[in-house]
Design a protein around this ligand. Structure first.
Ligand SMILES: CC(C)(COP(=O)(O)OP(=O)(O)OC[C@H]1O[C@@H](n2cnc3c(N)ncnc32)[C@H](O)[C@@H]1OP(=O)(O)O)[C@@H](O)C(=O)NCCC(=O)NCCS
Length: 141
């Protein structure tokens, strides 16, 4: 395979391919195509990796940030048949090297305990024991 190329704007077919990738993961299954399009449009930064010959989206993540104090990485994902070849690491390196994130105070992400080793190699560490992520479903009473 040729080296995947990086893009920061997704075409309509690439958004459809992202939507398909989302259907394969427990944390993104069921997201609609329309919501996927909106989420991509409204993200601060988008990192797409595409096959050069076909333009097919095979790697992705997005960042929400104020470009100053905080940034959060979401939806790191590689197409199943391209996993284990270094693309996930390339995605993370691209995020951390992005010029607009260089002055951000701290970058956070949420992941399963199993995945912590993957992110530790990029300098991420778990929160101090007395700090936890909290969330509230938007339809909560
Ligand atoms: C996580 C993911 C992006 C990694 O992409 P990738 O291209 O396969 O990663 P790379 O080839 O660059 O690196 C592979 C490393 O990640 C580790 N890794 C990959 N998936 C893992 C998992 N589910 N749990 C633990 N470690 C994992 C591998 O053990 C490997 O480590 P090694 O280099 O020590 O062997 C990819 O597996 C994926 O898309 N997973 C499904 C989506 C997901 O769960 N994303 C994470 C959200 S927090």
């Amino acid at each position: 395979m040729n080296e995947p190329e990086s893009v920061e704007i997704l075409t309509d077919p690439q958004i459809e391919q992202l939507h398909e990738l989302y259907q394969g993961e427990w944390w993104s299954k069921g997201r609609s195509l329309e919501d996927t399009r909106d989420a991509v449009r409204n993200s601060s930064l988008v990192f797409g990796f595409v096959e050069p010959l076909t333009g097919r989206l095979i790697g992705f993540c997005r960042v929400l940030t104020d470009f100053t104090f905080r940034a959060t990485v979401y939806d790191v994902i590689v197409a199943p048949e391209f996993r284990g070849q270094g693309l996930g690491q390339r995605i993370m390196k691209s995020v951390l090297a992005h010029p607009r994130l260089q002055r951000v105070g701290s970058i956070t992400l949420a992941c399963t305990k199993l995945m912590t080793r993957f992110y530790e190699r990029f300098g991420f560490s778990t929160m101090p024991d007395d700090v936890v992520w909290m969330r509230r479903p938007c339809d909560a009473a």
